[in-house]
Write a protein that binds this ligand. Structure first.
Ligand code: 4NP
Length: 156
């Protein structure tokens, strides 16, 4: 069993979508039982909330229903999860700042798994229009598919 955590700022747009897309791809491969998947935010501003309505509507358009309640990252996440994937440089700085040195190796940017603009940020769609939510979806779709390929290749 591998434990995978996706992290963004508010845990209502990017990381709950990454969680939903990653779960979708492992379930399509009948490997849902091999993973525990969750998401959280670096701030707690939206604690307990469902994903943003624009994120949910965009995901539903693609046949994906998101079921998550926002929560803030906690100190125990660093020990519990095997892999921690952040959306952008801002998240990376915050999460590294909170993480005990012994667990820092678990943290990386999700776009390290993107074939396009590898290693760049998943931009925060919060302030923009609908096209930003579609871009976020397409970006995280690519990233979570190739992440699943990678984790499934290296499982043992
Ligand atoms: P997310 O987007 O980090 O992708 O969930 C955000 C949503 C809300 C806020 C920030 C980012 N906020 O500060 O309210």
């Amino acid at each position: 069993m591998k434990r995978v955590l996706f992290v963004c700022l508010g845990n209502i747009c990017r990381s709950p979508l990454a969680e939903g897309l990653f779960k979708e791809t492992i379930e399509e491969r009948n490997l849902g039982h091999e993973f525990e998947v969750d998401s959280c935010g670096t701030n707690g501003l939206h604690d307990g909330e469902s994903p943003d309505i624009r994120t949910r509507n965009n995901a539903r358009k693609h046949g994906l229903q998101l079921n998550h309640q926002s929560r803030q990252i906690t100190p125990s996440d660093f020990e519990y999860f095997d892999h921690i994937y952040v959306m952008d440089e801002n998240n990376l700085r915050t999460v590294r700042g909170l993480c005990p040195a012994e667990f820092e190796f678990k943290i990386q940017k999700i776009r390290n798994f993107d074939s396009i603009q590898t290693g760049s940020d998943v931009e925060d769609p919060w302030y923009g229009g609908d096209d930003g939510f579609e871009t976020t979806y397409q970006t995280l779709l690519r990233c979570t598919r190739s992440l699943a390929d990678e984790l499934l290749t290296n499982r043992g």
